[in-house]
Write a new protein. Structure first.
Length: 235
């Protein structure tokens, strides 16, 4: 069971980094043309750049697989089969909202988001549910931002704070917008995500992560101390 991927692959891929972003093993940068579109100059009047606060949790997904609502890890495995308790909590959280997600997601649709129950490199005093959606796909094709916003509003699913929506905006300008978090971060906000759309369709993503960010600095494997939980399923 733990080796089964209900979608046949990953639930979410990697996002390339803008210059100056902290990168880790296996990370890569976007190419220069994409950087220019994100930060400096749109290709034409049809480009739209949406920048959102980057959240620091575990990337997860909820999918409608042939009429079944399934909670998934980023790698695409059923969350309940994960060796990590935080993913079991996610599976239970989704199970408790199964009817909501059946109404929200048609077969072949998937909602991706950040699961913030456990502090990784950022602690939060969450003012909302621990799941924050940031992408949605139908038959593995990403839906445009406005469609995601409308669907999530209808079903009261939290979205990341929008920092800018319209023309390109530089990393330097975005840094000024994340001096305070829209999601109750008690540590500095780790960065931001640029989503570029053209003619109302998704085009590409890029992100900037603060060079000061230390991955997993609150995890037991690194600290030797108990985990810092923001939320538990029984709470």
């Amino acid at each position: 069971m733990s080796n089964i991927k209900p979608l046949g692959g990953k639930a979410y891929g990697s996002t390339p980094h803008l210059p100056g972003s902290r990168v880790g093993p296996g990370d890569h940068h976007c190419h220069e043309g994409q950087r220019v579109i994100c930060e400096e100059k749109a290709r034409d009047k049809h480009d739209r750049v949406i920048v959102t606060e980057k959240l620091d949790g575990s990337c997860v997904a909820v999918a409608n697989v042939d009429g079944r609502i399934v909670a998934l890890t980023r790698a695409g495995y059923a969350a309940i089969t994960s060796p990590y308790p935080q993913h079991h909590y996610f599976a239970w959280w989704v199970e408790g909202r199964k009817d909501l997600f059946k109404g929200m997601l048609d077969p072949g649709e998937m909602l991706n988001g950040e699961w913030l129950v456990l502090a990784h490199g950022t602690r939060y005093e969450l003012p909302h549910d621990p799941f924050v959606a940031f992408s949605m796909a139908r038959d593995k094709k990403r839906l445009p931002w406005d469609a995601i916003v409308a669907r999530c509003a209808m079903f009261e699913i939290v979205l990341p704070r929008v920092l800018s929506d319209g023309p390109p905006i530089s990393v330097a300008a975005v840094k000024e917008l994340i001096t305070a978090s829209g999601h109750g971060a008690l540590d500095p906000v780790e960065g931001a995500v640029w989503r570029v759309e053209s003619r109302g369709e998704f085009d590409f993503l890029a992100k900037w992560v603060s060079p000061e960010k230390a991955d997993g600095k609150y995890l037991t494997d690194i600290t030797g101390h108990p985990e810092v939980w923001h939320w538990r399923a029984a709470a």
